[in-house]
Structures are given as C-alpha cells and as structure tokens.
Design a protein around this ligand. Sequence first.
Ligand code: 6PG
Length: 466
Amino acid sequence: MSNADIGLIGLGTMGAALALNIADNGFDVAVWNRTTATTKEFHATAGDLAARITPTDTLEELVSALKSPRTIILMVPAGQAVDDQIAALRPLLNDDDMIIDAGNANFHDTNRRVKEAGKLAFLGIGVSGGEEGARFGPSIMGGGKRAYWDRVAHILTAISAKHKDAPCATWMGEEGAGHFVKAVHNGIEYADMQMIAEVYGIMRDGLGLDHGKIAETFAAWDKGPLRSYLIEISGKVAAATDPETDQPMLDVIVDAAGQKGTGRWTVIEAQHLAAPIPAIEAAVVARNLSSQKAARAAGEDLFGAAPRHLPHDMLSLDTLEQALIAGKILCYAQGFGMIAKASEAFGWSLPLPAIAEVWRAGCIIRSDMLDDMASALRDNADQNLMMAPKFANALKDTHGALRQVVAQAALHGLALPALSSGLAYFDAMRTARGTANMIQGQRDFFGAHGFARVDGGEGHHGPWGA
Ligand code: 6PG
C-alpha cells in the first residue's frame, strides 16, 4: 500500500492507454474508474504491465495507494465532470498533493481551477496523439506553476514522444497555458485536415481520380516536404476498402464531420484576441457546414450541381502539392501568430520555438515542417512565420500554385474554404496599402469615429457635411 508513483482516474480509451504507458515506463500507477468492472477488466487485460498497476474500487483506496505527496491524473470528459471529480477528491487530499487535468479542457476553466485549487497543486496539461500517442508517447503541453511541473516532469517526459531523443513534453506557462496551446494545436489540426480534404476533393471531383490513385498521391507526398502524420493517414484512409461492400472506404463514409469543440474554442478566443486565423476559422465553418447535409442536398436540387470537373491538364498533381505546401505554411503562421498574441495578452511568455518543438513528434499535427518552424522561431520568435526566410522562400515558390488551384476551383464550383482563405491571408499580408481606408471613411461618415491621416495625426474627420 501507499507505494504507487501516480494515480489515474478515468479508464476510457485515452486514460487506459496513458495508464499502460506510465506502467510501461517503469512507474507504479494506481487506477480508478467510476465503473469498477472497467477497472477490473483493465487490470486483467494489462498483461505483463499488471504488476505495476494497482486497481482500486474507491477514491479513498486510490488515494491511500499513492506515495506522498500524491499526484493524480484526471482523464475524464472535459467540463463539469472535471469539476465534480476535483470536488470528490479534494477532501481526501492534502495541500501539497497534486491533481493534473490531462483532458481537453477549455483553458478558461483551467485558469479558474488553478485559482480554486488554492494550496492544492493543480496542473492542466494538453495531451495530443490520440490513443496510440497516449499509449506509446504523446506530445504534452503543460500549464500551471513551474514548480508543480518540475515535480512531475520526470514522469511526463518519460511517457512523452521523443523527437530524436528530445522529449515532447514542455511546460508552456502559468494557469491554463498548456490547455491554451493544445487548443491552438487543435485549431491547426482542423485547418490542416480541412486543406487535405479540399485537395482530396479536387483529386476526386476535379481530376476524376480513383481512390487508389489518390492514396498513391498522398503516399508520394508523404515522402516530400508535406511529410506528416496527417498526410500519411489520409493516404491510408483513401486506400482502405469497406469489408462489407468492397467499395472504397471513403465512399461509404457520410460527408458530415463532427467536432468535440476545441477548434471552436480556438476560433472564439482568436476573436477575443483580434488574432487573424482565417484558415482555422474556415476549417471550423467547413465542419459546421458539412453537418448541414439536408440543406446542401436541397441547394444542389435548386441550383444544380457545380460542374466541378476540371478541363484536362488544367491542374497537375505537382501543382496541388505546391498549393498544399503554401496553404499549410499559411495556416501554421496564423496559429503561431495567435499564440504570440495570447502570450502578450495573458502575460504568459509562451515559448514559441519550444511549442514547435513539442509538436514535432507524438501529436496529430506532427510533421517534418515543424522542425523547420522550430528553427525559424528559434532564430526569431517575434516574426510571422510566413516572413521567416525559409518559409518566405517556400511561399515565393508555391503561392502561384495555390492561386491557380483556388482560381480553377472557383471557376468550376469546387469549394475550398481553407485554401482560399489561406490565399486571401497571404495577399492581405503582402499588401502595404489595403482598403480599410474606405472602412474608416464609412465609419467616420456615419458615426464620426475619426481616422488617422496618411500625412499624420489621429482623430481627423472628413468633409461629409451635416
Ligand atoms: C489530439 C486530438 C484530440 C481531439 C480528438 C477529437 O491532439 O490527440 O486533437 O485531442 O480532441 O481527436 O477532436 P474533434 O472531435 O474536435 O475533431
């Protein structure tokens, strides 16, 4: 008794995988689940790792199975369940014990929980990598007091993914900083996935390629600059066949995407921060729109289906690859730009290069490009990534392809919300004199809001009359 290194509550898919990972790395872990049968089954099927796992039937048993000061990881659904679990644990814990919320919490909730925890140590950590990551090495973004992180860093770095031996587990900052960085990760995840889906749509509908060829194309791209987990799995998804019908798997999946809400939180927060992340916003909108399936079908009946098929040789697969490279750089530039804004607004000093580093392995958006992003941010953490020499050069080479793809798609009725908003962002960011002078003129006309003049001074008004 009282000798487990760490406790874990919540043996759902992610919690069970994380508990096995902890045991696999040589730590003794005590586990508890609301349903005792789940705890028993988990222990019974843990194989060799069972010896390092203590199943417990009650919270009291869990707490007394832990070394002091105790550390308990929560892997329960985000929201009220976390508050309920903390409330149930609190009377059983001492002040120097620690609770770690490792779910996908809204960082505002984590900010609050850190305050409510008082003397109890509380960390909010973002964990990315799905079930496989949780089992064999996730990317971990920590938030809360640095001293609390240091207390458990040996366990969290041991269980994390490694990029060339460097652990992908880093303290991001105070309060909800870890969950904030995880939310932006998920926003980027949504946009990266959406851009890939858009390019898939061009291959399927614009170029009329079959799923075998599409799978082959993603597999080929996974050997080049786009090499990433999401490109890799997209190729595998495209290659799969439905065992029931022998159809390509993608043909039997309904085209309506769900979401648990992390991408939405990112977009809402971006608006509060006035951080421009249009590609991420477009990706969230695209998911919402995808769910309006009946309305889309009614629209097709009313307006007729768009032609979608592109004239022969209009776009090559190389052009598509280049367009996706440009889109991806622009999407990540937006995500990192948002992190920089939040860092200032919340006084968190978020470590941008370290964030790129922690995303290089284990997480869903892991990619080779993130290694170059880490280097660029290490050289200059204050720059917009699209202006960093390496990415500026890549954009000079690829934005023409993005333009061609967006233009052809627009002419033939293929919707590319994320790629086209990426292009609009690029064009806006390379235009020194834009059109907001008209907005300012309008605002001053109807509301006397005042404007700055190009020849100096604020608060001027136009000669609009009474
Ligand atoms: C990760 C993922 C993960 C995500 C779920 C569901 O980093 O491992 O981002 O945390 O929350 O896969 O995401 P949606 O339901 O919002 O698509």
